[in-house]
Write a protein that binds this ligand. Structure first.
Ligand code: ING
Length: 315
């Protein structure tokens, strides 16, 4: 029996500086889309906020951010070449960008585009890290809670390009609820982009932990949900502010099957065996057979940690 597979490419981006125009960024994305297609990819994953520098690192008023870094339409004339090339090549893609809706709502968004360049799915980031106030003594800000609203579409899953896949964005990948919500909808693959600063502005976290916690998050959750995970970094030093690379494609075994080596534009690829995940979801992570949701209620009832539940006396 031929096994089901999908060619997944991850297109890691090197730095996007404040001075870089969206047009020059799109040219880089086009280059990597062509390389992904040349390597037989069915889809290519671009990073979070791929069109601009990671602007939540800068203190500014919302209106300035919206004027400079948000898209009011998708596609729009600047990114249209990406959609045209995708249709011409017959390749799908995930693209992260800052979305400003006609109603004036701001989201950290990603779209799923199929091989005919139709937008088949949209995800708005739910786990927004950082702070809203200005931290003048910090080496940089992390103002996602200021510039974006929490996503209002939940964790969606779509059947497209012969795979059932979901999307998330950056910090979402650190929360198990993200993947479980999609795995419970049958997702075989989760694709995501990220911008992860090497330095922690809150405490003197050793730099290497940024990479190890990133890998732990995607590898552990891929395994625990029997799914493939493909994660695309925007990385390197953007105007002097460094972000980690280590873009990866992770198998349902939790193993890294492809990983970038540098911190510039770089494409990695794997022909993902989708039946591999089926084995894990049939046996060790057979949700229907092994899960006990009646004992999981705290996960949706509580936002923060609280007091221990009363326990029966030891009988
Ligand atoms: N960036 C970082 C991320 O989750 C972060 C922020 C890093 C939060 C490390 C906590 C720990 O990778 C974004 N954009 O979410």
């Amino acid at each position: 029996m031929t096994r089901r597979s999908i060619g997944i490419a991850v297109a890691q981006m090197g730095p996007v500086h404040l001075a870089d125009s969206r047009a020059t960024v799109v040219k880089r994305l086009l280059e990597m889309m062509r390389e992904a297609k040349a390597r037989q990819a069915d889809m290519v994953v671009f990073p979070e906020l791929a069109l601009t520098t990671f602007f939540p690192r800068y203190w500014m008023e919302e209106n300035e951010a919206r004027d400079k870094f948000f898209e009011t339409e998708m596609p729009n004339p600047t990114v249209q070449p990406l959609f045209d090339e995708a249709r011409k090549l017959g390749i799908g893609f995930y693209l992260g960008y800052a979305e400003l809706t006609p109603e004036g709502q701001a989201f950290n968004t990603a779209v799923l585009v199929d091989k005919s360049a139709n937008i088949v799915g949209k995800y708005r980031k739910i786990h927004l890290p950082g702070h809203t106030d200005h931290l003048p003594d910090a080496p940089f800000q992390h103002l996602e809670k200021k510039f974006f609203s929490v996503g209002d579409r939940g964790f969606g899953v779509w059947d497209s390009m012969d795979v059932r896949l979901g999307m998330c964005i950056c910090n979402d990948r650190r929360w198990p609820e993200t993947y479980r919500s999609m795995a419970l909808q049958g997702a075989e693959l989760v694709v995501l982009g990220y911008n992860t600063p090497s330095k922690n502005i809150h405490w003197n976290e050793p730099t290497h932990l940024r990479t190890s916690s990133h890998l732990l998050s995607v590898q552990g959750n891929a395994y625990m949900n029997g799914m493939w995970v493909a994660a695309a970094a925007k990385c390197g030093s953007e105007d002097g502010f460094h972000m980690i690379g280590s873009s990866v494609i992770v198998a349902p075994t939790g193993e890294i099957v492809a990983r970038t080596l540098g911190e510039e534009d770089e494409v990695i690829f794997t022909k993902a065996d989708l039946d591999l995940g089926t084995e894990f979801r049939k046996h060790v992570f057979n949700f229907e057979k092994h899960r006990s949701p009646e004992h999981y209620h705290l996960i949706t009832e509580r936002k923060g940690a609280g007091e221990p539940l009363p326990q029966p006396l030891v009988g």
